[in-house]
Write a protein of this length. Structure first.
Length: 251
């Protein structure tokens, strides 16, 4: 929702900049409308165009790296959940009480994901309670013989790894592209679009070109920002790893 609002503001800025230039240009004094002035404006617009291309490239690369990193961590997170469950199964029927809240936790993640279109790895009270309950029941297990000692130790290490990776995903879900960079990019784009309005003919084709160009640029920035926050929006991390983990836990 926030990314869509930003894209809308960018569209309005970019579409309005050349229209404002078209209105202001004829009212300027003659010495401000000569060819030399127009050439300087075009050169400045070209400079901003180069800088804008570089910044857009950096933003795309940053969003791509963030998306791929979180996707990798989600796969690793699902793997740790499966391995924790396998360890508990090897421990025996005494660990069934530990597996119950583990299955409930993964079910909550998937159920909430289908309801609000977001992968729920974020902090919330019920998820925290389920994970705490897993740790409590795991610590309450008693060793019936020496062979269970390594399994219990392995299960505790797996649970600790799950907790750590969950918080890593929570921290990564906030995005990595700084807002000042976005504001500067929008300012540059607005100046470039404003330069298009100098001496531009006032007709429907020109106006349509401004609007379509502004919409495409705003849409591109929206997709970049959305990919930087990959747990919501049209470009999301696939829930398939967690779905497979849930299927394994319920077998």
């Amino acid at each position: 929702m926030r990314e869509a609002l930003i894209a809308l503001v960018i569209f309005l800025c970019l579409a309005g900049a050349p229209l404002a230039s078209m209105v202001i240009w004829p009212r300027l004094p003659a010495r401000h409308r000569d060819d030399d002035t127009n050439n300087v404006v075009r050169l400045a617009a070209n400079l901003f165009g180069v800088m804008t291309s570089l910044v857009l490239g950096l933003m795309i690369n940053s969003a791509k790296n963030t998306f791929e990193s979180i996707d990798h961590n989600v796969h690793a997170y699902a793997t740790e959940l499966i391995l924790l469950d396998r360890t508990l199964r090897q421990y025996g029927s005494e660990a069934d009480a530990v597996r119950q809240p583990l299955v409930a936790y993964v079910q909550r993640v998937m159920a909430t994901s289908s309801q609000d279109n977001e992968t729920t790895l974020v902090a919330n009270q019920l998820s925290e309670h389920l994970l705490t309950e897993i740790g409590t029941r795991l610590n309450a297990l008693t060793l019936s013989d020496a062979t269970h000692g390594p399994l219990l130790q392995d299960a505790r290490q797996r649970l600790q790894k799950v907790l750590e990776m969950r918080w890593v995903l929570i921290e990564q879900s906030e995005g990595a592209i700084p807002w000042p960079l976005i504001a500067m990019l929008v300012a540059w784009l607005a100046l470039i679009f404003a330069s298009f309005g100098f001496r531009a003919p006032r007709n429907a084709i020109t106006l349509a070109t401004y609007v379509v160009s502004a919409a495409l640029i705003a849409g591109a920035i929206y997709l970049i920002l959305d990919m930087d926050v990959p747990f919501s929006g049209p470009i999301q991390i696939s829930p398939a790893p967690l779905e497979r983990a849930l299927a394994e836990l319920q077998r």
